[in-house]
Design a protein around this ligand. Structure first.
Ligand SMILES: [Zn+2]
Length: 218
């Protein structure tokens, strides 16, 4: 089966969680407009789907023994649990806590109780839900390396940045960025399509007319 066919199937799976919305009119966090949106909080709401997606990632890295699966953030950790559960080397599941450094950049810290599990020579599989800038993943790689461990792979559901590069092997179920528009150039605005205020940067704004976002494919 070709990689493109697999990717289309994976995208279908993510659509069924309700997290991938399309054929609507969104304002994303940068203020740009888009016809598609991934609501990362909705990716892990359906346990059977999360388990299925976790299994695909675990199978991809089945030949890479891992002592731990490491994630950061609630959604990524729920997914990480499913990856760890399905991985043949029965890794432990750990999470790092996210924060902002004095430089304003994302940094992650390992809760002290998890310290014994990332040791010199240990193998870690990093799991992330949606990759946008990759800054969390870079921080997690540094965390593992800083403790003398080795990252055997990085698995994610959706990579929104096709140009992103990491030193360890990187696998995303779907790699796709959305076309986004400046408001002044947005073809949906030009057509008069109402903005979705229930998803995206306009949540709570009173401008929406009509119903909420349609689930893709429904
Ligand atoms: Zn628009």
């Amino acid at each position: 089966m070709g990689a493109d066919v697999l990717e289309r199937m994976n995208r279908g799976l993510i659509m069924r969680t309700g997290a991938y919305l399309t054929n609507d009119h969104f304002v994303i966090s940068s203020g740009r407009h888009a016809q598609e949106y991934v609501e990362k909080r909705l990716v892990t709401t359906e346990p059977p789907f999360t388990e299925g997606l976790g299994e695909i990632i675990a199978q991809h890295f089945a030949a890479s023994p891992a002592d731990v699966v490491l994630a950061s953030g609630i959604g990524a950790t729920i997914l990480g649990h499913c990856v760890a559960r399905a991985h043949p080397s029965r890794p432990k599941l750990l999470y790092a806590v996210k924060g902002k450094g004095k430089d304003g950049k994302t940094h992650v810290t390992l809760p002290r109780e998890f310290s014994p599990f990332i040791y010199r020579g240990c193998s870690a599989l990093i799991v992330e839900d949606i990759v946008t800038t990759g800054s969390t993943i870079h921080s997690l790689i540094q965390l593992v390396k800083g403790r003398g461990g080795r990252v055997v792979g990085i698995g994610s559901l959706w990579n929104r940045n096709p140009r992103i590069k990491f030193a360890p092997p990187f696998f995303a179920l779907v790699t796709q960025d959305f076309h986004t528009y400046l408001r002044e150039e947005c073809p949906l605005c030009r057509k008069g399509t109402p903005l979705n205020t229930e998803v995206g940067a306009l949540v709570g704004a009173p401008t929406r007319r009509g119903r909420g976002a349609r689930r893709a494919g429904s």
